[in-house]
Design a protein around this ligand. Sequence first.
Ligand SMILES: Cc1ncc(C[n+]2csc(CCOP(=O)(O)OP(=O)(O)O)c2C)c(N)n1
Length: 590
Amino acid sequence: MNTTVLLSGNEAIARGAYEAGVRVAAGYPGTPSTEILENITQYETIYAEWAPNEKVAFEVALGAAFGGARALCTMKHVGVNVASDPLLTASYTGVNRGLVLVSADDPGMHSSQNEQDNRHYARFAKIPMLEPSDSRECRDFTVRAFEISEEYDTPVLLRTTTRVNHGKSTLSLSDPQEPVFGRFECNLQKYVMIPAYAMKRHVIVEERMIRLRELSNTTDLKAIEWGDTSIGVITSGIAYQYVREVLPEASVLKLGMTYPLPDRLIRDFASKVEKLYVVEELDPFLEEQIRSLGIEVIGKERFPIVGELNPKLVAAGFDRSARVLTGPDAREDMGAPTVPSRPPVLCPGCPHRGFFHVLKKMKAIVTGDIGCYTLSVLPPLEVMDTCVCMGASIGSALGIRRAQSPDDRRPVVAVIGDSTFVHSGITGLIDAVYNGTAATICILDNSTTAMTGGQEHPASGKTLMGAPAPKLDLAALARAIGVEDVLVVDPYDLEAVEKALRYATRTDRPSVIITNRPCVLRDRSQKPPKSSIALEMCTGCQVCFRIGCPALESVTADDKLRARINADLCQSCGVCVQVCRFEAIGRPEE
Ligand SMILES: Cc1ncc(C[n+]2csc(CCOP(=O)(O)OP(=O)(O)O)c2C)c(N)n1
């Protein structure tokens, strides 16, 4: 086969897994990694699943590798924090058949709560790391990662960043290997990490590190591009593309395997150039290790540690002006109009909107979580007081409640999405019941993982492969955990929401409210009848604008600012109808 195709990095990783003969793929959605598993479902030889969270996904993949099948595990950078417990010990057990963990990092935080640099995980877990810089390498390095994983009996970290995951470039397809079914072979000293066995495995890990360093010195997963030797640049991943764009004449050592670092190779390269630079996004990961080899190198004093790099920043670091600029900076430089920024908002008809509008009235302390509903922190809603990581809403609510002085009567309410609740909220709820902490936990169940594009999860009724699945009953689960007050409400019915919130926040024991409207983007086949505003009845009070619905627009009529409904956007949820005290907004006609 020699077909050339244009693929995104994520599509290319999925293709690489297919060509490598992967049998099992597991992950949890998270930008910029999500499309890898979504694309893998087109390959019928691969079993693929969304796990409830990244820890379970990694354990499924590890089990598959123990069991003798090649396995891929995908997640965004913060997902590796969740999976880090099994990951660090999987380094000790080794894998048997190949296991590759994709960590899709997000420098610049396009869609994340932090911009941690997951290259540190390779060092922390003592496992090899490969970093592709385009789609062809995404496919090639995935295949190579499986070979390394098996030869060295270790999980391999394939670390990508947003621009590599989402950027597109060409590659020619290769024939896939036939995936093999495995056979689990008992090996207690390898797979059972009691201290006596783990101690011996640690020695093996250290020996493996020596062999892996040798591999990184000799591997062809690198390129040395000789040019003008007055400047030598060591780089990897997307930063390599920027360096090439800005300094086509310089000598470049492009590393594909970035952990363990190839010490001899670096020494040799450094000895042949006059000035050595390291260009890398985020932390001085390569720079500090190179410096610890006793090599003088210029790095973070010239290139930012915060945010993404781009050709302009790289050029500035070399005191050059960028030659070929692409992206928004280029448009600005060329005097072309830039696209106005559009702050994210809850969609028209989003079931979260009405809920937050009512919650605002409660004057509660609201601990938040990660999902579309996090947008309730922005004006005009501005309801959420905290948001740390997935699942943190419940624990933080319990802590705040326990810290509260007796004269502070504000109720404490945690808000968490359905996917996030299943991911890491269940144990928080168990804590609330076990320790009897009076907080109200609101599970905003929209039957999907909306924030990342609408992926299935254990409470949505379908698997990643599209098969119907048992739907985790969240109300029954809360009751089984021991919550006595479990209220299920329609978030489009503001009165019902208010009643539930008033009741739940007044009890002196943990309570749960579950909203039950699916995400409006889940089924767009129906074109609902629209709400409408009788302009003559609109007093211009602007209360309806407080719900922040993009379908509500302002018009000036008779010198007054009044509301109008954009029928193209309106989803007829009826929330604005209930908010208008002058009955100017009409219910849609059925
Ligand atoms: C550990 C971790 N994994 C994945 C993500 C990406 N992510 C952000 S929110 C979210 C879930 C959103 O779904 P849900 O809780 O149901 O809320 P919704 O967006 O549907 O309102 C995911 C997967 C993340 N931020 N952190």
